[in-house]
Design a protein around this ligand. Sequence first.
Ligand code: PHE
Length: 489
Amino acid sequence: MAEDSILGFLQNNEAISDSLQFAASAGIDHNELENVIKSLRGFEIVDAQEFQKDRWFLKEEGKTYAREGSPEVQLFNAVPPDGISREELQKKVNPTVFKIGSSWAVKKKLVEIGRQGVSRKVEYVEDKIQGFLQQIEKGEVVDEKDLAELKNRKLIEFRPLKGYSLRKGPKYVSKRKKAATDLTREHLLRGDWRDLEFKEYNLSAQVQPIQIGYLQPLLKVRDAIQSIFLQMGFEEMPTNNYVESSFWNFDALFQPQQHPARDSHDTFFLKVPSSTRELPEDYVAKVTRVHESGDYGSLGYRYKWKREEADKNLLRTHTTAVSARMLYRLAQQKSFSPKRYYSIDRVFRNEAVDRTHLAEFHQIEGLICDRGLTLGDLFGVLEDFFARLGMAKLRFKPAYNPYTEPSMEIFSYHEGLKKWVEVGNSGMFRPEMLLPMGLPEDVSVIAWGLSLERPTMILYGIDNIRDLFGPKVDFNVIKNNPICRLGLE
Ligand code: PHE
C-alpha cells in the first residue's frame, strides 16, 4: 500500500519533495514508508535523498494532555455550573490534574477558588492546548506564537527528524513485480515461467548454522593425540572393558594385595558380578609364586596370596590393566616381535570430587616392547612424544610404582603458569611383571601414562574440570570452541 502510493504518485509527478509530508497526507506511518523507500532505493526503482529537519515533538506529559485534555480544562469541566466544594472536586479528578489544573485554571481565570468552594468564572472553555498538541502530534505546523505556552510548560521538544525526497530511479516501474524465488511444477504447467522474473542467488548471504553434532574438547584432543601416536608407529590397544578383574588390574602388575590402592576407599568394586569367572591358570600360578616367594631372581613380597582377592571385579583404575593383557597375549606368540602400543580411554577412581578431580577420567598410555630397551630409550620417546604435544621442556623425577623400576614422574615447563607442572608418570615394567607372562628375558618394556583431561584443560584454558566433563558443561562452549591444533604446528 505504501509502495503503491509512492510509485503511483511518481508516475504522474516529477518528485516527492518531502516524505514526511507525503506520509502525513496519505495517512501512512512514516516508519513504514521509510522501509519501503529503502527497499525501492536498493533496487534503483527510486532515487532517494535523505534530509534532516528539526521538528517539534510531544514529551510524555504533552502526549497525556493530547489524549485526555489539558489539566486546567479537565478541572474546569469537573466544576458544575453552580460550584462545588474543594473536597468534592478533589474526589472527582485525579491528584495531578487537581494540583496542576487548579493552579493554571486560576491563573487563566477559568475558575475561582474561595472559602465557599470552587466556582466557574466563564461558561465555556475551548481546550486550545489539547488542540495544538494534537496538531503537533500529527506533524502539522503550528503558529510560532501558539507554541510559546507549550514550550514554557515543557510539553514539547525540538528534535531532528529524517525525511527523504524522491524521484524516479533508473529502473522505475509503476508496479514492482515480485521476483520468483523458485521454479515450480505449476510455473511449468501454466507456462508463466516465461514472464517471471527470478530472484538472483545471493551467494554471499549468511546461512543458518547447521544442526549437527559437535566434538567435545576431550574428543578433539584425543583425536590429536591419537594421530601423534599413529605418526610414531603405535597401534591401539582394545580398551573396551570398563569392568576388569583385580587380577589384571593389580596382581598381574605385581601390586601386592595389601596395597592401599586396592582398598574400597580408592577403587570401585562391583557387587554384581562380584568376581571374575576365568583367568589363565598357568599364568595365575606364576603370578602367585612371584608375589608369595619370588622367582626370576626376585624375593617376592612374602605374604599369603589369596585367589578371592584376585577374582574381585572392579572398575579399572588404570588402562595399564589392558597393557598387561596385551603383553601377556604377545608373550603367548610363537616368536617374539617388538610392539608399540597405545590407548586412550576411561578409568575410575574413588576420589573426592573437586575442581581438578572427578571419580572418572581418561588415561593416555603408551608402551614400547622390544629387546634391549634402556632408560635412555624411555627419555628419548618421552621427549619426542611430549614435544609433539607442544611441551618441549621436560624434567624427570624419581618415583615409585609397584610395576615399574625405575619409575619417573614427568614434569613440563608451563609457559603460561611460569612453573613446572606434572604431566605424567612413566617407567620400565619390572621383570616380576614381564617374566611370569613368558616374555623373553632380554625383552624390556618402557611405558608412560597421563590423563587426557590435564592437557585439554591447559590447551582450552579451562580451570574447573566440571566445565569440561559432566552435566554442568555449557553446550554453547562445546559448539563454539576451536579445533585442537596439537601436532599441527
Ligand atoms: N598406571 C599409571 C597411572 O595410573 C601410569 C603409568 C603407565 C605409569 C605406565 C608407568 C607406566 O598413573
